[in-house]
Design a protein around this ligand. Structure first.
Ligand SMILES: [Zn+2]
Length: 408
């Protein structure tokens, strides 16, 4: 008989994890390599202890928990997600994928099943990129998309480097980050959007991802006094940034339904009440289901910037520091997930992921796929983020069923 997910145990684990880095509104804040993130990692390890999993950690802090199969030489079946959150994080983004993976391990342990291939549960470092950019840093370094040296040198807004954060948090492991030669990779995740709920879908089969392009913009004007400096003489970087924010939004509206664009972060100098600002930094991204359209959105943004430069006599430096996707996930793994969901009388729908995920980085290394469970009201990166106990249990069950077939 196929082992079953313990719905209550999975739910309780998600709720227990959410108590680490609690926010007043009921969400979680666990920025990458913060004390809260480290505490979450320790809790995961404590939960894995009775399961006799072999723990390994690489130099970028990625955690690997291995359950040996009967055939040592067979490539492992790997799955997982991330425990770090954004500052306004909910309880499910990333956490669900890691704890669904833990529940797979627990269910197999309980059923006394040893698979042929080994299984590996993974918690990736700094998926969110809120503290250290770029996002998906751990999987990026693991996949060779970024060198370890480059990642270690990156600093947060307070000037702490990834290297120092890893060292002081005790999360710099001994393994060199590199592919583990997995047979395949699966990630369970919440949808973070409204489509599944609106269409009554139980399990989203993620066929691929959008193509996203990320920018750091630095607008440079000239400092001056807010009183005596007449309007025609100003080179106001903050006012120019305001125009950029609206241009980004306009580009996104024009690119709907397949496109999105956002300006999300701003830093302003001297940020003093009596001064016209002279340096303003902005972070933004454009994304679209079709790669060419994302490139076109970038071109629109650049031409908007040219107009602002000309009109406002500011300089704008564009650092297009990273991209992700588009990735087409493995169709046969997608079919397997669909078949497993249908065997449980669950409804499925093929979907494109609009958010970045570690799976995007892993897909070039081995056959990879993702499954989604519904997000109530599509709310995410928000304390109100919610999926029901039944929804997460169903997702974990399909993950377990797929893992069992793949590792047999
Ligand atoms: Zn996530």
């Amino acid at each position: 008989m196929t082992p079953s997910i313990d719905e209550d145990r999975l739910w309780q684990s998600i709720m227990d994890m959410a108590r680490i880095g609690p926010t007043p509104e009921g969400g979680s804040c666990r920025l990458a390599l913060s004390p809260e993130d480290v505490q979450a990692r320790a809790l995961l390890l404590a939960w894995c202890k009775p399961l006799d999993l072999r723990f390994q950690q690489d130099a970028i802090g990625n955690m690997f928990l291995r359950r040996d199969g009967t055939e040592a030489a067979a490539p492992a079946v790997a799955f997982g997600s991330h425990l770090d959150t954004v500052p306004t994080g909910g309880r499910f983004d990333g956490v669900f994928g890691v704890l669904a993976g833990l529940e797979v391990m627990r269910a197999l342990d309980e059923a006394g099943i040893r698979t042929r291939a080994s299984l590996e549960l993974v918690n990736w470092t700094n998926e969110e990129g809120s503290r250290f950019r770029p996002a998906m840093m751990g999987s990026r370094v693991f996949a060779g998309d970024m060198t370890l040296e480059a990642a270690l040198a990156i600093t947060d807004d307070k000037g702490t480097s990834v290297q120092d954060a890893l060292r002081t948090s005790g999360q710099a492991g001994g393994l060199a980050p590199a592919s583990h030669g997995w047979a395949c990779w699966l990630e369970a995740h919440i949808e973070q959007g409204p489509v599944m709920e609106a269409t009554g879908t139980d399990i989203g089969i993620v066929c691929g991802t959008m193509h996203a392009r990320y920018f750091q913009l630095t607008v440079t004007g000239e400092p001056s006094h807010v009183g005596p400096t007449t309007m025609d003489r100003r080179r106001d970087s903050l006012a120019a940034a305001a125009e950029i924010v609206l241009a980004v939004e306009r580009i996104a509206y024009a690119a709907e339904p397949g496109g999105r664009a956002s300006a999300t972060w701003i830093e302003n100098f001297p940020n003093a009440r009596g001064n016209v600002a002279n340096i303003t930094r902005l972070h933004c991204d454009v994304r679209h289901e079709q790669a060419e359209r994302a490139v076109a959105m970038e071109a629109e943004l650049c031409s908007a910037l040219d107009g602002i430069v000309a009109r406002r006599r500011v300089a704008i430096d564009v650092d297009p520091y990273t991209t992700f996707g588009p990735i087409a996930f493995d169709p046969s793994l997608g079919s397997l997930l669909r078949r497993k969901a249908e065997a449980r009388q669950l409804t499925t729908r093929d979907m494109i992921a609009a958010a970045g995920h570690d799976s995007v980085l892993i897909a070039p290394l081995c056959p990879s796929a993702m499954l989604f469970v519904p997000s109530v009201d599509g709310i995410t990166h928000n304390p109100k983020e919610y999926s029901t106990k039944q929804q997460v249990a169903r997702g974990a069950q399909v993950l377990l069923d797929a893992v069992l077939e793949l590792a047999s």
